[in-house]
Design a protein around this ligand. Structure first.
Ligand code: S3P
Length: 190
């Protein structure tokens, strides 16, 4: 009870989810935006994987790719997911490629519900066009390229997801309401 009095927000969040929410999806589907929203509304902690990896390495994602290569970056992602299993009630905002490794999906599910956010290639292009820290699309910011890469990844994204939320034409509040409602429905069914 002392805890409730001194830190009511945290307790409120604990009541809502006793596991981690793992947000996955292609670049620009809104993982970071939705994480921020959940953080503000439910006082949940957010782990922004790209940001933590960049901070710990002391360099941007683009520089990590350039200096050490993609596999090195992918290993950092796997290790971070394993590290997060000891936490709960955290929103984990993954990089767009994180669920491409099957072992990562296994790690995500150990203490998390996996939420896939989707968007049309046109929406994605619009959201990512002014950002320059996405090495996989930096020189290919076109609808056909994005659509093609998305299609190549689709099966793995869908296989990993516990729930799928389309984000086109919805605002942050609508997306979060849908997310919370569907997770709670899932919890009640268990
Ligand atoms: C990647 C997505 C990026 C980042 C890296 C690789 C991917 O994260 O992890 O550039 O493979 O799709 P965002 O989805 O946050 O842009």
């Amino acid at each position: 009870f002392e805890c409730i009095r001194t830190n009511s927000k945290r307790i409120q969040a604990r009541k809502l989810f006793d596991y981690n929410i793992v947000l996955i999806g292609f670049m620009g589907t809104g993982k970071s935006t939705i994480s921020d929203f959940l953080k503000n509304v439910f006082a949940m902690d957010v782990v922004e994987m790209d940001q933590i990896i960049a901070q710990r390495q002391g360099m941007s994602i683009s520089d990590i790719f350039e200096t050490y290569g993609e596999q090195y970056f992918r290993d950092l992602e796997t290790n971070l997911l394993i590290e997060m299993q000891s936490r709960s009630n955290v929103v984990i905002s993954c990089g767009g490629g994180t669920p491409m490794r099957e072992c990562n999906v296994v790690e995500m599910k150990k203490n998390g519900r996996v939420v896939l956010l989707t968007a049309k290639p046109e929406t994605i292009l619009d959201r990512v066009k002014d950002n320059h820290d996405r090495p996989l699309i930096e020189n290919n910011k076109t609808v056909p390229f994005i659509a093609d890469l998305m299609e190549k990844r689709r099966a793995k994204y869908e296989a990993a997801a516990d729930i799928i939320i389309e984000t086109d034409g919805k605002n942050e509040l609508e997306i979060c309401e849908e997310l919370v409602h569907r997770l709670r429905t899932m919890d009640e069914e268990k």
